[in-house]
Design a protein around this ligand. Structure first.
Ligand SMILES: C[S@@+](CC[C@H](N)C(=O)[O-])C[C@H]1O[C@@H](n2cnc3c(N)ncnc32)[C@H](O)[C@@H]1O
Length: 230
């Protein structure tokens, strides 16, 4: 059975106008490509009108993880980025049901958002079950975690946060780790090369599905290398 068929599709339920106005921004990929600065920067100041750092969940899917984090940490603000309209609508409707005040969802291709990142503006960055994009160079270029991503994160991550990567795909995990390990600007924030456990505040549909099939889930967390942790 293919990976996709193990996960049931969520219903396509557009949010009400009021819910969309509060929780959702839909950014057009063509506009992002040609004139990204017509959109706000991905900063807490620009999107929440508050100083400080903001956390990003890239490829947040249906938002169970992002919404649970936001509920658990009302002092922080969260941005969920997702390309699929169906999935992000689900996330937005759930945020409204939970009456969250510290989350915003952006429907966009993360790969086009690079010009909107700002130096030292991000707290934590989450990549939870990113698509492995197996099957040749053409598909691999859609992977989010690569050298360009680390360059962006080196610029935009603050000094206290981390990048958390979770996957059920061991070869994919190793390939991402090798990219990270070759970059001396980052270090792991755990002594093990990777961890074989991931206990989120709420499991996503993907984690629930993989655990049903007894697939282990792996994670690693990266922090910026500083003089004090080198
Ligand atoms: C395997 S799913 C995991 C979703 C969620 N993190 C979870 O654990 O349920 C990967 C998600 O990444 C999204 N995605 C893939 N490439 C993306 C991109 N370039 N920009 C934004 N979202 C992307 C897909 O649409 C999909 O919802």
């Amino acid at each position: 059975m293919s990976r996709g068929r193990r996960i049931s599709r969520v219903k396509f339920i557009p949010p009400s106008k009021a819910v969309a106005a509060k929780y959702l921004q839909e950014w057009d990929n063509k506009n992002l490509y040609h004139d990204p600065h017509q959109y706000p920067d991905l900063t807490r100041q620009a999107l929440f009108n508050k100083p400080g750092l903001v956390s990003l969940d890239i490829g947040c899917g249906t938002g169970e993880f992002t919404n649970a984090l936001a509920k658990q940490n009302p002092e922080n603000d969260y941005i969920g980025i997702e390309i699929s309209r169906r999935a992000i609508y689900h996330a937005v409707n759930q945020a409204a049901r939970l009456r969250l005040e510290n989350i915003l969802y952006i429907r966009a291709d993360y790969k086009l958002l690079n010009p909107l990142l700002s130096p030292s503006s991000l707290l934590n960055v989450y990549l939870i079950f990113p698509d492995p994009n197996y099957g040749g160079q053409k598909r691999r270029k859609h992977r989010i975690f690569n050298q360009e991503f680390l360059d962006e994160m080196f610029l935009s991550l603050g000094s206290t946060g981390y990048i958390q990567v979770v996957t059920d795909q061991k070869p994919f995990l190793i390939s991402m780790l090798e990219t990270a390990e070759a970059d001396s600007r980052f270090t792991l924030d755990h002594p093990e090369r990777y961890l074989e456990t991931f206990k989120p505040p709420e499991k996503t549909r993907f984690q629930i599905a993989w655990e049903k099939f007894d697939r282990p889930v792996f994670q690693f967390r990266l922090i910026k290398q500083t003089k004090s942790n080198s």
